[in-house]
Design a protein. Structure first.
Length: 212
């Protein structure tokens, strides 16, 4: 089995959603002075490669701690959307419809992670069209992941795609990377969050486990 890391590093100068604070990562102890090394980390729950719980957007919906642990692990299918410009339409999904329905997760490979650390990362990335999102919300998936900062445009106020998925009880995994290293066949995907009481989201160490 090969394990492929799909997560960005957490660091102080990393990209964050516009208006969100950058994480603070500070040394609070050093081996020379204290006999051990330790860091203090302060960050928002939706920093870096992270998962959105339904409670992130939907009032009264489930928080991370109310979701079964198997919610965050399962067979995944990778859909190559790198040729998409502004929208991923239902017509792009339907040729793979039966395959998508057989998996727990769909990962959308747009290729946008190549702009991580660049201002272009926040601008004009591909997003799902509402009809595509509604179809996925009815496909029996646990979650949808993407290598962009959001399933909605960065300036969206209504967040329609978030609402479609989260109202259906699904999770959303944002800011994935390294999707071009994945095979064009099924693999095991995991995105386990920190065990945060009443958590609306959490950074994750997203990985793919590929059998050979």
């Amino acid at each position: 089995m090969k394990i492929i890391d799909l997560s960005h590093f957490l660091e102080t100068d990393m990209p964050v959603f516009p208006g969100a604070p950058a994480p603070e990562i500070k040394d609070v102890a050093a081996i020379d002075a204290d006999g051990y090394r330790e860091k203090r980390i302060v960050l928002n729950s939706h920093t870096g490669t992270h998962v959105d719980a339904p409670a992130h957007i939907v009032a009264g919906a489930k928080t991370l701690d109310r979701m079964p642990i198997e919610t965050f692990c399962g067979d995944a299918f990778l859909l190559n959307c790198s040729s998409s410009r502004r929208h991923i339409h239902l017509r792009d999904l339907l040729p793979h419809g039966e395959t998508i329905r057989r998996h727990a997760f769909l990962l959308l490979h747009t290729g946008w992670s190549r702009y991580w650390g660049d201002a272009r990362y926040f601008d004009a990335y591909p997003v799902l069209a509402p009809d595509a999102a509604r179809w996925l919300a009815e496909a029996g998936l646990r979650g949808v992941g993407m290598d962009t900062i959001s399933p909605d445009p960065v300036d969206s106020k209504e967040l329609p795609i978030h609402n479609i998925f989260l109202a259906a009880g699904m999770i959303i995994i944002e800011n994935l990377t390294n999707l071009d290293a994945l095979p064009d066949r099924a693999f095991l995907f995991s995105c386990f969050p920190l065990k945060i009481k009443n958590g609306d989201g959490s950074p994750v160490r997203a990985v793919a486990m590929v059998s050979y």
